[in-house]
Design a protein around this ligand. Structure first.
Ligand code: PLP
Length: 284
């Protein structure tokens, strides 16, 4: 099959699934989500993504109506059942369905659970990417993976209009993250990345790149960096579930990085090797 979806006990194709009008996702964006990408039908870092999903839900007082192991099995099963070996797997929970009213008591008592898997591809690491920058005017809970993504929609649209791939966000001089990824720099052999506070999403891919760099003896500094530092860095790259380690070559029309090709290539190789090892661990 081409794709597959689950919503509150129903299974169908994504196109055939219908959602009640009173879903609180549509009135309030009252929910959280997580997303993974597959290689050879295996969702990368599935456990980490699902753990973050349960954590995000707890942060907004939602009890996901399915135990971790059952959801894990469903995601794995869906990834295996669709035709495409390369796919995006998505999980979402919302406070539920009920007549519109802001307080939780209108939500009907049973949270909703959404799962779908559709064909998609990792962003290739053998090309470089172009970005724009924009002031980060999002709210102050960027560490929660909310489904309220209007800022990300607008930032992404602006990048597309500029013929670019991603938007790098900054609060004043301080670089935070991107519209849908984390951004990092290499300078004098050191991997520098913004700390995990309320201004960024603690990316699973970010954490894996940090752990791998530490294992490889590459120093990692989790401290804020400025726009100027980024523009003068040896390399600039972004990470997300779909971008294991993607090199940025141009920001706001100016060439950046390109001064430590060897180190970025090592990090990219380690990222891909880790993905292949994970696939092998599950597929044999
Ligand atoms: N930051 C934002 C705002 C995101 O939306 C994402 C991913 O969707 C990330 C960072 C990267 O997180 P992860 O590596 O867990 O996909």
């Amino acid at each position: 099959m081409e794709n597959i979806a689950y919503y509150n006990g129903k299974v169908s194709s994504i196109e055939d699934m219908t959602i009640p009008m009173n879903e609180r996702s549509s009135y309030f964006g009252d929910g959280v989500y997580d997303a993974m990408f597959t290689v050879d039908h295996v969702p990368l870092q599935l456990d980490d993504h699902l753990r973050r999903f349960y954590r995000s839900a707890k942060r907004i007082d939602i009890d996901i109506p399915m135990p971790f192991e059952e959801l894990r099995a469903m995601v794995l099963d869906f990834c295996r059942r669709i035709d495409s070996p390369d796919a995006m797997a998505y999980v979402q929970t919302t406070r539920g369905v009920g007549m519109r009213g802001h307080a939780y008591r209108f939500a009907g008592g049973t949270p909703s659970l959404w799962v779908w898997v559709k064909p998609d591809m990792l962003d290739p690491m053998d090309r470089s990417y172009k970005c724009i920058t924009m002031e980060d005017t999002r709210y102050l809970h960027c560490d929660i993976k909310t489904i309220n993504l209007l800022p990300a929609v607008i930032y992404t649209q602006r990048a597309e209009e500029a013929g670019c791939d991603e938007t790098i966000l900054h609060r004043g001089e301080r670089v935070t993250e991107c519209a849908h990824s984390n951004v990092h720099i290499l300078k004098d052999g050191v991997f520098k990345t913004a700390p995990c506070d309320n201004l960024i999403l603690p990316g699973i891919t970010r954490a894996h790149r940090i752990a791998q760099c530490r294992e490889m003896g590459i120093p990692v500094v989790e401290e804020p960096f400025t726009l100027e530092e980024m523009m003068n860095a040896d390399e600039v790259f972004f990470t997300s579930a779909s971008a294991l380690c993607c090199r940025i070559e141009e920001i706001d029309g100016k060439k950046v990085g390109g001064r430590d090709a060897e180190l970025i290539a090592r990090i990219q190789k380690a990222a891909w090797d880790e993905a292949l090892a994970e696939v092998k661990a599950i597929n044999g």
